[in-house]
Design a protein around this ligand. Sequence first.
Ligand SMILES: Nc1ncnc2c1ncn2[C@@H]1O[C@H](COP(=O)(O)OP(=O)(O)OP(=O)(O)O)[C@@H](O)[C@H]1O
Ligand SMILES: [Mg+2]
Length: 581
Amino acid sequence: MFKLLKHAKKYAPYAILCPMLMVGEVVLELMIPLVMADIVDEGLANGDMELILRLGVKMLLLALGSLFCGSMAARLGAVAGMGFGSTIRKELLDKIQTFSFSNIDRFSTASLITRMTTDVNTVQNTFLMMIRMLFRAPIMFVAALVICIIKSREISSVFLFSLPLIVIIVAIGGPIALKRFKKMLKMFDGFNASIQENFTNIRVVKAFVRSDYEKDKFKKANDDLLNASISAEKIMIWGQPLLMLVMYGTILAIVYIAAKAISAEMLQIGDFSAVFTYIMQILMNFLMIIMLVAQFFMSEASAKRILEVLGEEPDINDDAASVNIVKDGSVEFKNVTFKYNGSAAPVLSDVSFKIESGETVGIIGATGSAKSTLVQLIPRLYDVTEGEVLVGGVNVKDYKMNALREQVSMVLQKNVLFSGTIAENLRWGNKEATDEELVKACEIADARAFVESFPDGYETDLGQGGVNVSGGQKQRLCIARAILKKPKILILDDSTSAVDTYTDSKIREGLKNGIPDTTKIIIAQRISSVSECDKIIILENGTVNDMGTHDELLARNEIYQDIYYSQQKGSDDFDLEGGEL
Ligand SMILES: Nc1ncnc2c1ncn2[C@@H]1O[C@H](COP(=O)(O)OP(=O)(O)OP(=O)(O)O)[C@@H](O)[C@H]1O
Ligand SMILES: [Mg+2]
């Protein structure tokens, strides 16, 4: 928690001024019962109206001063507390933006969301409570206790029993509650993961009529969370009345002692009324201190989870890199081996090949043969485990990340569009693109005709994730978006899988004529998508099986022949292979 405070430096003046004002409020507030005692014991007892009036005005001024300090402190506290929360949220977001794919694989998206919302809220509340109460409660407690002891030792002696009793109750209950609270946070991760998956993939869930299954899954996550919360709350259910019992017991004992003292004329009624106010203050503030400690420990769990994210080193960074210019679009793999984090065997082993700038290269291979993995190494979405990847003759690790990714444009296999208009989505790749460039890119990707057939054209609003365009239209918009970046290397990972063969050939034609100097790497399932390429790489289980032109491969390579003839015989209809949604 203290480590997190470092991040709120900007709000330090508020965080310091706020407790100081609080102290002012406390001091003024503490003086009020003393004046009250004087009014009762001297003013009322002697019927001195003038004194009562004077003391009354004094009391009013004290109350106003206390109100002023209190409200200013609350205001400053709110600014500091909310500022602290928003600063941390911003830092988390900035940090997560630097994460590589494998960093994100490690935390899971759901857990990152819980950390950014629930956990930040918890520490923010603790921080707010701390700056409000850190000084106020202890000062109030000690001052009230001292005054109480001075006024009546006998009454104060009751605290000797009740305060330790409260400590014991909390010392027993606190750690148990803490453990359960931590468990509850974990359940929150699971709960968020469940709803997140369900909502983002709601269409698949419905298509597979898996609503009931998903409901059960949700119910389980929800029940787990409920049980964990109840088990944490149970401690509170027992703890709170127990503490109240001790408090009221204390008050009862004090009233009893005071009644005896007053009837023995050892204590004045005015004094007792003042003492009683202090007693309430003592008990209240003591409980407040305890709650503060408890809250502090509880937020420790959240603080740790936030710090884990802030402290995570993005395992791909360009700190040591200095090259800002990608010379050309050549790509070379030198003995590349790659293993995913946590998986045992390498997915790519000893892959070597060279692509000249401006060439069009096809990659073909069975599903799971690591085609996507291979191309993800080019814009450095993952780092190689062994070997080197060169772009423009320079190791990708030596490029500034932006420079590299600016020039390597990739349409991911799982491509997405965002909510917003088509034009906004296309400009996502290149903010400065002119309207003419937009049209040109769409033309190359064979998207122009259908975009312009929409009543609103390029201003058509896409729903979240681009729900209102068809799969093939979405793919073409994604290609257009990638082209708009004017990259030196364009990678299409199975990006025409949802368009018919005729459209596919039109896109290929567009790419060939529209951006002839760009290196194009095309992953495809259909031979027809790659047959005109300058060369074709055949991947098999993470190794390069062969490389050559269509004619060469057709003449000598068995895998290629198999694929070719199977696609020649049948059609490449999806349902023959059991297409996925
Ligand atoms: N993020 C990941 N973490 C761990 N393993 C992964 C990850 N992504 C892919 N793999 C594994 O790497 C292997 C290659 O996957 P890859 O996605 O590269 O295949 P692919 O050739 O693109 O397949 P497809 O034609 O189905 O798209 C698979 O066995 C897969 O299980
Ligand atoms: Mg793939």
